[in-house]
Design a protein around this ligand. Sequence first.
Ligand code: DX5
Ligand code: ZN
Length: 217
Amino acid sequence: MGIQIAPSILSADFANLERDIVAVSDADWLHVDVMDGHFVPNLTLGLPVLERLAEVSPLPVDAHLMIEDPDRWAPRYAEAGATSVTFHLEAAADPVRIARDLRALGARSSVALKPGTPVEHVMDVLVEFDMVLVMTVEPGFGGQAFMPETMPKVRALRDAARAAGHPLRIEVDGGIARDTVQAVVQAGADMLVAGSAIYSADDRAAAIAELRRVAGQ
Ligand code: DX5
Ligand code: ZN
């Protein structure tokens, strides 16, 4: 499994989303941040917008749900066209049930941990998930500084997945740029979300290529 790059459209031009999605089609996934103004102090977009984005995107959609009540809503995002659905452990009543619901709908199951959430909470149920997202900033906003103190969680997950023979993807999200890519890859991450690092560049394809190069791909 190689390193995959997932541009976050949080830093795109929301008045020109289709243009800005096509501009990153050299990447592997399209990362769509769904925020409800409750779980995080920011509000972005919901089901009807995600459904259209999934239709026009040449890349599979990685939906990152920063919302309350994922037990109810996560399966709806799979039905709306997300190939991978990531919900926050902190908001979930029954994370294993959500993971099973997502897989039953043909989506990949993925769980996210805020920087302060210990990784031990998911260790016993790792095989229920295709991916774990280790947040490398507090969720809510793009353009924040990478938190290196989250790297031991990535290492612990990679070790546990290896020991279990489980082909787990480990995603990192927040402050990922050319100066932080090596640290996350060395720790064991293989799905790199980048918002401002890609969309602040005039040439988005070159920015993606540069992230791949620094990641050693
Ligand atoms: C933040 C979002 C991220 C955000 C990352 O809560 O989950 O996906 O877009 O932005 P950058 O790459 O600018 O830190
Ligand atoms: Zn995100």
